[in-house]
Write a protein that binds this ligand. Structure first.
Ligand code: ADP
Ligand code: ZN
Ligand code: ZN
Length: 840
């Protein structure tokens, strides 16, 4: 028998994934054939993690297929099994192959996404002294001499160790010459997995001790241990050594003596480290559904019975607070009841503590949270429990889509429009598409939920590919006050449909005309004052993305745009230049507004710190709290910030997009978007969509209680459809306008994009690299006669300079850009992002 194995070659080779690729992307899925030794015959299955010889090295690999024959002439034997159980299921192997094919990523990289963290071991190179090397042989130079002395002392040394401290090139040269002279050799070894199962020792009785036996036992300590075990349930009791010792104060040798005398047995058992540890949750029962929820549920429930192998995708469109999460909870419960399992994806764990708690409250120990901040050991444990079928529900971010649940029945994506579902490094998979594929392979159901569905998903729903379900109204269950009346109603949840908050649009150009140059309009300032006086809370939201990058006239709101592409130009302070990030054209910075001649034309934006300062100036007694990317770090930092704000330790919360996420804060009655239109001018076809989503969410923050809430959107573009639709909570109006724009300019969902990025230095070299790729792609399009493919660029990326590297991009746009890339040899160093969520 033979095994097709995808080998985890050392990172250095994978970092430049295109080096050895002569037959284009077909080679991405490259596997190697190995023979199966008698010891493993019949045991090896697809999904197994094995070690294999690979050149002079020993590497890890995953079996993707078995075959009885091979055309390969010289095959080597598989060395060994690393884990007796497959680390990937058959569905996961198929999913990895789909990912590799769809996202142009090496198969091994896709497989590694599903790999239990820490089980992937590292390969280390050792330099070993040849046993035949004559004693006291001298080197030709100081570097060789130092190396020889070290090897004569230790016999061998890790390469990483040797190059530390000394000059790397010199050391490498010295090693090479020793190897050439036959004095030393290079060997690769596989380090053991970093994550290991944690074990604990347990104690149990071998036989129920009779009173006579207890009498016979010498020593009070021994007696105490036996009595303790009897009291804990006798033969059926399994206690940890620690528990026994805590209860009886028996020293270690007492247990050893009892074990030798065959009274008890001490075993090792694996312990699982629990990520929910420390989280206090009250168990909660499911409420009765509202009529709207019932309608939705009646549509979803039949799909969950798994009778049909086909998998259905539902798009659940409902404003925040409309009861979507309750539907997810039901669907998960139903899935469990049918002995299947569920994955629930959330955009970011740290930002969804309330959702997490609700799942924990409903499902207790059957749920686990896949948290990126878990330690390696905890994640490894979690993965093993999932694989063993001991977990029914996994709640986690994007990567939790790869949870190895043996009987997957449901995948939920909450806030399906969120950009964080797209991996921002290779492989650039989208969790939504990946979930749909995985669900199709497992015959599972998919529920996508959002208050502001992505344009793509809504388009799919309208086309009939997804089933659209809506929850049009908010639910409120909190009761006013206490007292006998409240207690009486308490048994029956009171359901009141709340009004959405009132939203005002403030024209900041008019403020300027009236002489107000502050970043706060008069309306926002007055509203803030009223809110503080009423001892309620306010949230001030700032879109930092795109701030201080575009140039706008303060008098007329005119934004400088590319004459060729109608794209907002980006100001680059280092060159004092304006660049179109669509076509690459450069412009000088004008002194006067081209529209109205005003001198007050400049780049735009203010940070959270600035907003906080202004609030403190205007309202010296207001207590402020700032929440942005800088305030992260420690585990639970967000939870803590949120807790402080929720318990009214601050009056005003100032933050970036993060505060727009699912927080439930009943005292918040005012939300102000300081500059609602900042994100609109980003050179990205999704700028409008993203701004609409953010503003709708931000506005929805206000008035989640019975205190009526309001939102104020400050803008220089008050008539813009994105702004007006967000103010009216009018998704349909937004959708109609935006889908027209996409159709007209042939952007997704009317086409697909593949974004190709090159990063390097100096800038001119990257530019010419991009120009030559553009030329070659265009030529290939002509050769292949591919119609309807557009090669956009080359242009500097919006984030042009990143970590000292200059970035340029070329975008392939069309109905089937894959056809071009499959038939093209992408040169070394190009980075592929299929279906990018952002082209910045
Ligand atoms: P969403 O996920 O759409 O934001 P939720 O499911 O969180 O909405 O519901 C909003 C609020 O209404 C929550 O406090 C939730 O506990 C409550 N709720 C949802 N459904 C019901 C129901 N059927 N009966 C009583 N309360 C409900
Ligand atoms: Zn342009
Ligand atoms: Zn102007």
């Amino acid at each position: 028998m033979f095994a097709e194995i995808v080998v985890n070659a050392p990172l250095s080779r994978r970092r430049v994934p295109f080096v050895e690729r002569t037959e284009g992307f077909a080679a991405l899925a490259q596997t190697f054939t190995y023979s199966i030794p008698p010891a493993l015959e019949g045991r090896l299955q697809p999904g197994h993690l094995v070690t294999v010889p690979f050149g002079p090295r020993k590497l890890q690999g995953i079996v993707v297929a078995l075959s009885a024959q091979t055309a390969v002439e010289k095959v080597k034997d598989v060395f060994d099994l690393v884990d007796p159980l497959p680390v990937l299921s058959a569905a996961q192997v198929a999913l990895a192959q789909w990912m590799s094919d769809t996202y142009f990523a090496p198969l091994i990289d896709c497989v590694l996404q599903m790999f239990p963290p820490g089980l992937e071991s590292e390969v280390q190179t050792l330099i070993v002294l040849n046993p035949n090397a004559p004693d006291g042989v001298a080197g030709d130079n100081a570097a060789q001499q130092a190396l020889l002395e070290r090897l004569q002392r230790d016999r061998q040394a890790p390469l990483d160790d040797l190059v530390k401290g000394a000059s790397k090139t010199e050391t490498l040269r010295a090693i090479d010459s020793l190897v050439r002279k036959g004095l030393a050799s290079k060997q690769s070894v596989l380090l053991p997995p970093r994550a290991r199962a944690q074990t604990e020792r347990t104690v149990r009785l071998i036989a129920e001790p009779t009173p006579e036996l207890l009498q016979a036992v010498k020593g009070d300590r021994q007696k105490a241990v036996l009595q303790y075990l009897v009291a804990q349930g006798g033969l059926s009791a399994v206690k940890t050594v620690r528990e026994v010792r805590d209860a009886t104060h028996a020293p270690q040798d007492t247990l050893a003596t009892l074990e030798r005398a065959n009274y008890i047995r001490v075993d090792q058992r694996e312990t699982f480290r629990d990520p929910l540890r420390g989280m206090i949750v009250e168990p909660a029962a499911a409420p009765d559904l509202t009529p709207d929820q019932q309608t939705v549920w009646d549509a979803i429930r039949p799909a969950l019975d798994g009778a049909e192998p086909a998998s259905t995708t539902f798009l659940l469109h409902g404003v925040t607070g409309s009861g979507k999460t309750e539907i997810y909870l039901r669907a998960v419960a139903e899935t469990i009841a049918r002995s299947r399992q569920a994955i629930v994806l959330v955009p970011e764990i740290a930002l969804t503590p309330q959702t997490i708690r609700r799942f924990a409250a409903r499902f207790g120990s059957r749920v686990t949270i896949a948290h990126s901040q878990l330690g390696l050991g905890e994640r490894y444990d979690q993965w093993r429990r999932m694989r063993a079928g001991a977990i029914d529900v996994v709640v986690g971010p994007r990567s939790a889509v790869f949870a190895p649940l043996p009987r997957l029945g449901l995948i939920v994506l909450d806030e399906e429009h969120e950009g964080s579902y797209k991996q921002d490094r290779a492989p650039h998979y989208h969790a939504r598409e990946t979930a749909r594929q995985y669900a199709a392979l497992c015959g599972a159901t998919v529920i996508l939920g959002s208050a502001t569905p992505s344009l793509e998903s809504m388009f799919q729903a309208r086309q009939g590919a997804y089933r659209l379900l809506t929850l049009p109204q908010r639910i409120e269950t909190r009761l006013p006050g206490a007292g006998p009346q409240a207690a009486a109603i308490n048994r029956q949840p009171l359901i009141v449909n709340l009004e959405l908050p009132h939203v005002d649009i403030v024209d900041m150009r008019a403020e300027l005309k009236a002489g107000n140059t502050s970043i706060f309009s008069r309306a926002l300032r007055d509203a803030l004052s009223e809110t503080l006086e009423a001892r309620q809370q306010a949230i001030l939201f700032l879109n930092r993305r795109g701030a201080a990058t575009f140039v706008m006239c303060r008098d007329c709101g005119h934004v400088l745009k590319c004459r060729r592409c109608d794209n907002a130009l980006t100001y680059h302070s280092d060159e004092s230049e304006l660049i179109c990030h669509h076509c690459g054209r450069r412009y000088g910075m004008p002194a006067l507004c081209p529209a109205c001649g005003s001198k007050r034309i400049r780049q735009f934006g203010a940070g959270t710190q600035k907003v906080e300062e202004v609030v403190s100036q205007l309202f010296p007694t207001a207590r402020t709290l700032r929440w942005d990317r800088d305030v992260t770090g420690a585990r639970g930092a967000h939870d803590e910030l949120l807790r402080r704000f929720a318990s009214h330790e601050a009056d005003v919360l100032i933050g970036t997009q993060m505060i727009a996420k699912g927080l439930d804060l009943p005292l918040v009655t005012l939300v102000g978007a300081v500059s609602a239109d900042t994100g609109l001018n980003l050179p990205d076809f999704r700028a409008g969509e993203r701004t609409f989503q953010l503003l709708t969410q931000v506005a929805g923050r206000a008035g989640r209680s019975r205190l009526s809430g309001r939102a104020i959107l400050q803008t220089y573009m008050p008539g813009y459809p994105v702004i007006t639709a967000a103010a009216r909570h009018d998704y349909a109006a937004f959708y109609e306008a935006e889908i027209e724009f996409r159709r007209r300019l042939h952007y997704p969902p009317f086409s697909r994009l593949i974004r190709l990025i090159f990063a390097g230095a100096p800038d001119a070299r990257v530019q010419s690299e991009a120009e030559s790729l553009h030329r070659n792609l265009s030529q290939r399009v002509r050769q292949l006669g591919l119609a309807g493919l557009e090669i956009i660029g080359p242009a500097p990326c919006f984030n042009h300079k990143l970590r000292g590297m200059f970035r340029w991009q070329v975008i392939v746009k069309g109905a089937n850009p894959h056809a071009l890339l499959r038939a093209f040899n992408l040169p070394v160093g190009w980075h592929v992002d299929v279906d990018p969520v952002s082209v910045l």
